[in-house]
Design a binder for this molecule. Sequence first.
Ligand SMILES: NC(=O)c1ccc[n+]([C@@H]2O[C@H](COP(=O)([O-])OP(=O)(O)OC[C@H]3O[C@@H](n4cnc5c(N)ncnc54)[C@H](O)[C@@H]3O)[C@@H](O)[C@H]2O)c1
Ligand SMILES: [Zn+2]
Ligand SMILES: [Zn+2]
Length: 374
Amino acid sequence: MQQVKAVVARGKGRPVEVTTINVPDPGPGEAVVAIQACGVCHTDLHYREGGINDEFPFLLGHEAAGVVESVGEGVTGVAPGDFVVLNWRAVCGECRACKRGELQYCFNTHNATQRMTLAEGDDAGTELSPALGIGAFAEKTLVAAGQCTKVDPSARPAAVGLLGCGVMAGIGAAINTGAVTRGKSVAVIGCGGVGVAAVAGSALAGASPIIAIDIDAQKLEAAKKLGATHTIDSSAEDVVARVKEICAATYEGAEGADVVIEAVGRPETWEQAFYARDLAGTVVLVGVPTPDMKVPELPLIDVFGRGGALKSSWYGDCLPTRDFPMLVDLYQQGRLDLDAFVTEEIGIDDVEAAFEKMHHAPEGQSVLRSVVVF
Ligand SMILES: NC(=O)c1ccc[n+]([C@@H]2O[C@H](COP(=O)([O-])OP(=O)(O)OC[C@H]3O[C@@H](n4cnc5c(N)ncnc54)[C@H](O)[C@@H]3O)[C@@H](O)[C@H]2O)c1
Ligand SMILES: [Zn+2]
Ligand SMILES: [Zn+2]
C-alpha cells in the first residue's frame, strides 16, 4: 500500500478537496498506474452533484493517461513501464453481449476488486468510489489491468488521455453509434469536449455539412477549427429551421440532418435533435441526463412517421483495444487534432475552478477541456 494525493468529492454539491488516499498494491488482475494527465469531464461534475448516484465519497477523474507502475498476479496484457490510456470498458468476455460478439455493449466490465480508501480526516479508512471505476485525479490509481490500453508512448499524455472518456464518447457517437460516413449530413447540439469530438469524428468520416450548435459563441469557434462547416448560435437562432435550411442547400429536398448528435443531456435539446433530423435519420443521445429528466411529450405519430432511429451512446460504443491505438495513430499523423481539445493544463488543486469554468467561464476564456497534469 502507498499514500498519494488525490481529488475527492465528499458530499453532494460540496466543493472537491485534495486529500491523501491509500492505494493498495495490485492484487490478481489489477494494476497500479502513475497518472501523468487527466481531463476534467462534465461527468465528474455530475458525480459531485450527486447526479450519478449517492455512493460518496467519490474519487474523481476518469480521462487519463499514465505509466503502469506495478501489476498483480496473472496480469499478462500490460507490464510496468507501459504507457497506457485508462478506459472504463474492460470487457468481461463472458456476459450475453460479449458472447454474442457485441463487446461494446458488455454488461459486466471489469474494475479493480480492492478499494482505495481515505487516508486522513475523521473518516480515514472509508472506501472510495472511483468515478467510472477509474479515479485518476490522483498521483496513482488502482484499476483492473484490462482498463489499461497500451498506446504509442511518444504521444502527449494530456492529449491522448482525453480518449479515455469525452473525446472517445464524441468521436464514437458519430462514427460507431451514428454510423456517420461520407455523404451524410450531421448536426451536433452542444459543443463542449464531447460535442466538438463528435464534430471531429464526423469530419474524419468525411461527412458534410457538419453543423455545430451551441449557446456559447466561443465553443462554436472551436468546433469550426475541428471540422464544422456551419455553426448555429442556438441562443439567437431557431435550431430546427436552420438545420433544415443548411442541409437542403446541399441535398435538395433534405428535411434535416441525417444524423443529429445531442451532447448536452437535456430534454429540450433532445427534442431539437428529434425535429432537426431528416426522415429516416438517426438521433444519438450522448449527453447524460439527470435522473429527474423525462422524454419530452411527442406525438407518437411523429416518432412513427419520421422513421429512422433514436439511439443512446455509452462511451461512443467504443472498444478501447481497437479504437484507442487507431485514434492515437491518427493524432500522431496530424489527422486528428487532439491538442486542440486541451484548453489549459492545470494542477491537482484546480479541479474545483475547472468545474466553475464549465458553467461560468470568464468572457473570452471558454474551455473545451482543462487537463490536470502531474
Ligand atoms: N455518453 C457518454 O459516454 C458520455 C461520456 C462523457 C461525457 N458525457 C456527457 O456529455 C455531455 C457533454 O459533456 P462535456 O464534457 O462536453 O460537457 P461541457 O460542459 O464541456 O459541454 C456542454 C456544452 O453544451 C452547451 N450547452 C448547454 N446548454 C445548451 C443548449 N441549451 N443548447 C446548446 N448547447 C448547450 C454548453 O455551452 C457547452 O458547450 C455531458 O452530459 C456529459 O456527462 C457522456
Ligand atoms: Zn461482457
Ligand atoms: Zn467522462
